[in-house]
Design a protein around this ligand. Structure first.
Ligand code: NAP
Length: 330
């Protein structure tokens, strides 16, 4: 829907709480880009699990109320603030962050979080690029020190970050194992770079991974649900192996002794804490992957703005991920 007299539709949070606190408003003022900012007409915005934690008020990051959620949008530049020379009105772009919130018809973003969107990708794919691919690269290489020839297990490979990790790891010459919880998810993981896939809802899947990894074990595990898997991950690692904690939804008991003989590392990471240099490196790799054609974001369930609350319910109580969930504005 077009903006009327400088107002737009946006999904706002006025108080922290369940998905029902996401309220679609039709009279939100259009944000105005300041110095080094870009105003974007949003076509699609990625939905990330972290946005549900922030909305519930349980996350370390608590925005001032009211706020509009959403970080990775794709759309068209509508205007630019002072000193912005890299973009102009009409450019197709995607973002890694927004200042005013992405679940809206218009948003502003700092110019250093805005990237040109190649004609090879549509807006939904653009909205599925920022957080998933930057996180995947950051976890694999900047924190996990993964190298070509090593084996990586993407533990939770069927969702936004998982598919991104499989594509990147395959392109960089790793041996890629992935897991998913449904047949459809497993097929998607295989189509997107994994050499082998396992079903994390099957009781014997860890034994299967162990058998295929052999005596060498797994060099790097990119873990999406550490509160469930961390203790068993330690059993799968190679000597010098690393578990990268990308996602966790609660506590878990592990035996520290399981890290000793193999000199295993457990390392947590947050894209929010990545340095500017690290993000620049991620961007260079991701833009090169899009250009080369191997980086193809997989768009999963799509929701209109009216159904943002339903999307937040579904991403947490998922029946089985199939790529990246997105909110569609137009
Ligand atoms: P998503 O699209 O909802 O995907 C969730 C993934 O977890 C799916 O592949 C799902 O598989 C898998 N999963 C479910 N049960 C599992 C189990 N028992 N063992 C292993 N995997 C299991 O979410 P996402 O966007 O990819 O994000 C994944 C996690 O990373 C979330 O916790 C998110 O908060 C976190 N994250 C962290 C950062 C960071 O900076 N640290 C950045 C982005 C995301 P099935 O649905 O097929 O069962």
């Amino acid at each position: 829907m077009a903006a009327r007299k400088n107002v737009m539709r946006a999904v706002k949070v006025f108080q922290f709480g369940g998905p029902e606190v996401l309220k679609l408003q039709s009279d939100t003022s259009l944000p105005v880009p300041e110095e080094n900012q870009v105003l974007i007409k949003v076509h699609a915005c990625g939905i990330n699990p972290v946005e549900t934690y922030i909305r519930s008020g349980t996350h370390a990051k608590k925005p001032a109320l009211p706020y509009i959620p959403g970080t990775d949008v794709a759309g068209i530049v509508q205007g630019v603030g002072e000193h912005v020379t890299a973009f102009k009105k009409g450019d197709r772009v995607f973002t890694l962050g927004t200042i005013s919130g992405g679940y809206a018809e218009y948003t502003i973003a700092s110019v250093d979080t805005v990237f040109s969107l190649s004609d090879k990708l549509d807006f939904k794919q653009g909205a599925a690029t920022g957080i998933p691919y930057f996180t995947a690269y950051h976890a694999l290489f900047q924190k996990g020190s993964a190298k070509a020839g090593e084996t990586v297990l993407v533990h939770g490979a069927s969702g936004g970050v998982g598919i991104a990790t499989c594509q990147i790891a395959r392109a960089y010459g790793l041996k890629v194992f992935g897991t998913a919880g449904t047949e459809e998810g497993m097929n998607l993981v295989l189509k997107n770079g994994a050499h082998k896939v396992f079903n994390h809802r099957k009781e014997d899947y860890l034994a299967q991974i162990k058998e295929i990894a052999g005596a060498q074990g797994i060099d790097v595990i990119i873990e999406m649900l550490a509160d469930v898997n961390l203790a068993s991950d330690l059993q799968l690692l190679s000597s010098g192996g690393r578990v990268m904690i990308v996602g966790s939804r609660g506590p878990i008991e592990i035996n520290p002794r399981d890290t000793m003989l193999k000199g295993s590392s457990i390392r947590g990471l947050s894209l929010f804490s990545a340095s500017k240099d690290e993000l620049r490196e991620c961007a260079a790799s991701i833009l090169a992957g899009i250009e080369a054609g191997w980086l193809k974001p997989v768009v999963g369930p799509e929701y209109p703005m009216e159904k943002a609350a339903e999307a937040h319910k579904d991403i947490i109580h998922s029946k089985g991920a199939l790529g990246k969930m997105v909110l569609i504005m137009s």
